[in-house]
Design a protein around this ligand. Sequence first.
Ligand SMILES: [Fe+2]
Length: 187
Amino acid sequence: MLSRQEAIALLSKYARGADWTKHCLAVAEATIKVGHVLAKNRSIDCSFIWSAALLHDIGRYMTHDPLLHGVEGYKLLSMLGYEKEAYVCASHILFGLNAAEARQLGLPNHDFLPRTIEEKLVPLVDYLIEYDQPTTLDRRFSSLRERNCGNTFFVDRLDRAQEIARTFMLQIEDEIGESVERIVAYQ
Ligand SMILES: [Fe+2]
């Protein structure tokens, strides 16, 4: 597994200081904040969530396509032997892809659904950060719909992604007794 330093080095190597890495860092920092609150009641791999969150968008070094950047990140990190983090790159897209969707996008022919609490936290927090600023799930999804209105494959699946994100967020809020949007928003 990647250490924080290795994850940072990998992102700088491929992103070369590009602006979008501010989003990656913001998502990593916010994910760890939620992770620490959850860790009071359950075991959670905080080191993994930080690195996986930092690298979830590494595929943007190749493309900013809302679907394919996840595929590129998956290919890169798999090739480098970081299977767990690679899985997050693919499964953060639309909060999970079924096998047919994965195949259509050029991924291996199986489901890429976030399975563990760690794998689910990264896409949830990703949907709570617009660029490098905290937002709400509703605002983030409206913005995604607007920005990607020409991409029907993506937009047609946003309702499903929003519902999965919302259900997961309510589930962990039930567990911790706090608003996840508020944890992400407060410094
Ligand atoms: Fe992404």
